[in-house]
Design a protein around this ligand. Structure first.
Ligand code: ZN
Length: 209
């Protein structure tokens, strides 16, 4: 959790000055003292919290004599027209609401201009990270189970010391929303295949030969 607070405070300090270009998820730590290791859903929850903190980091801004707040960002399907510049089609949409409750859905150029920040760039990176985490769901959850069992001494095979470190790095990388190198992928698959009968180890069930 620690790094996420740092991230949030960084967001706040950074208000109005530009994009925070790095999402720290190392807070989902690989700390041996913690009860459970990260799971994809935990990571996605944390990402959502970072997303909300980013929205909150924007000061209200003026448009046509009204004060607006940035309240959401989503990918439109089907594409829509920007409520401000009328450009069509726009896919990445930011939602802004005025103090009187007027809601506008606007494109990247407009939201960056209104907020005077590269908000659209941040949202794009956020979505990529979220997508990568989702795509790596199986790797994250399986590797998490294996490393948890290993730490508890419940794994019926050994992991080489050097590989443990490499696997932890790979897991952290995935939790941070990055893609794996092919070497990391191969290493993870090697151990996942080894433990294919160990689906439930994270629930504390004993392995039976
Ligand atoms: Zn626009």
């Amino acid at each position: 959790m620690y790094d996420m607070y740092l991230f949030m405070s960084y967001c706040n300090h950074n208000s109005g000055r530009g994009i925070t270009d790095h999402i720290h998820l190392t807070s989902i730590s690989l700390d041996a003292e913690e009860e459970t290791m990260p799971k994809t859903d935990d990571v996605l929850v944390e990402l959502k919290m970072i997303f909300n903190a980013f929205l909150k980091s924007f000061f209200p801004f003026a448009f046509e004599n009204e004060t607006y707040r940035l309240v959401d960002n989503y990918v439109a399907n089907p594409w829509i027209r920007c409520d401000i510049c009328r450009n069509y089609p726009i896919q990445d949409v930011s939602v802004i609401i005025s103090s009187r409750g007027k809601e506008l859905h606007v494109g990247n150029e407009c939201i960056d201009q209104l907020t005077n920040r590269k908000a659209s760039e941040w949202f794009k990176k956020y979505r990529t990270k979220r997508e990568n985490v989702t795509n790596n769901r199986k790797y994250i959850d399986d590797l998490d189970s294996i490393l948890t069992a290993f730490r508890k001494g419940e794994l019926p095979f050994n992991i080489k010391k050097n590989d443990v470190e490499l696997l932890l790095i790979a897991l952290e990388r995935m939790c941070n929303g990055f893609t794996l190198t092919s070497e990391q992928q191969q290493l993870i698959e090697f151990y996942i295949n080894k433990s294919v009968h160990l689906r439930d180890i994270s629930k504390g069930e004993k392995y039976e030969n």
